[in-house]
Design a protein around this ligand. Structure first.
Ligand SMILES: C[S@@+](CC[C@H](N)C(=O)[O-])C[C@H]1O[C@@H](n2cnc3c(N)ncnc32)[C@H](O)[C@@H]1O
Length: 303
């Protein structure tokens, strides 16, 4: 496909029209992909009973599936122990305390430094420190080496991404859905392999990026070939999203998967394309060709 045709086939998603439900501001988060995920889940026959995110991170698609009744249940799998602590705390009965502590925390550079100087002694403390770090470190990055934001937005420093009321509401809303959400602290590829035969599951697979993953995540090393091989054995529907690299296009072709690009703009307003991979992505092309779909302009809302 020529560059011009690729550009024409891409639609920019209006993220401001998509509810943010995750407690995280997640690097590589897929809130912008929600309109496509809705189309995908509605296109599945029979419809999925359970949506699994084997690389959950901020779990924007898993949460959407449950909140919008696009699946009965969601299972979130994540390897990172800090991220896991947040999901476990919200889902294991400590969400109210977490929400209250977020509300009460008096955000300042000094308070953050004091909090992060003490190693957490419990899962709860780890969850709270992770939520704070996610809000005060540059780009929400939690990987080792990430630094505190300096001036932040409009010179608000570490407070510039700290929205305690919003965060409190999101934590409580997720807790209210806890009977429909399961969290697994573990390896996503392993989980995929062990559940490959399940027909009632739809898989939203968003692994660490091949290029930027190392900078963004504590766990970023994935055997991409192995992931494609496991995906080829899945009985249920799946949607994989990746950075658009020759390596990934090559793997998709080898496993005879369908691919298409979708467009986004990042927080610096640069236009970027992401590669979707699946068995049959006609639903994407139908959506993009629909006169109703229009042309959207992406804005990243705060939070
Ligand atoms: C691209 S992010 C997912 C973002 C997510 N879709 C969202 O909307 O927030 C990839 C995630 O995979 C996690 N991860 C890396 N290796 C993993 C593994 N082997 N098993 C499970 N999760 C893993 C990373 O910690 C990171 O949170």
């Amino acid at each position: 496909m020529s560059d011009m045709n690729v550009a024409r086939s891409m639609r920019i998603v209006n993220v401001s029209s998509v509810p943010h439900r995750s407690p995280f501001r997640y690097p590589g988060g897929k809130t912008w992909l929600v309109p496509y995920a809705r189309c995908w889940l509605r296109s599945l026959t029979p419809s999925a009973v359970e949506l699994v995110e084997p690389f959950a991170g901020g779990a924007s698609i898993g949460l959407t599936a449950v909140f919008e009744n696009l699946a009965d249940r969601a299972t979130l799998v994540e390897l990172d122990a800090d991220i896991a602590a947040v999901w476990q705390t919200i889902l294991n009965g400590h969400a109210e305390k977490l929400a209250e502590d977020v509300s009460r925390f008096e955000m300042s550079r000094g308070a953050v430094t004091a909090l992060l100087a003490c190693p957490p002694h419990s899962l709860y403390e780890r969850a709270f420190a992770t939520l704070v770090r996610n809000r005060v470190q540059r780009g929400g990055i939690l990987a080792p080496g990430a630094s505190l934001m300096k001036d932040g937005e409009r010179g608000r420093g570490v407070s510039s991404r700290w929205y305690p009321e919003t965060l409190r509401r999101r934590i409580l809303a997720i807790a209210a859905m806890k009977r429909r959400i399961t969290f697994v602290h573990g390896d996503g590829v392993d989980f995929l392999r062990r559940n490959a035969q399940r027909r009632d599951v739809a898989w939203f697979i968003d692994p660490p990026y091949t290029v930027a993953g190392r900078r963004l995540y504590t766990h970023s090393t994935i055997d991409h070939e192995e992931l494609f091989q496991v995906a080829s054995t899945l009985a249920g529907g799946f949607l994989i999203t990746y950075d658009n690299t020759p390596e990934i296009r090559f793997l998709a072709a080898r496993y005879r998967f369908d691919t298409t690009e979708v467009a986004m703009k990042n927080t610096h307003h640069a236009r970027m394309a992401e590669l979707l991979v699946g068995r049959n992505l006609d639903w994407v092309r139908a959506e993009q060709a629909s006169p109703a779909s229009g042309q959207f302009v992406l804005q990243i809302p705060p939070g």
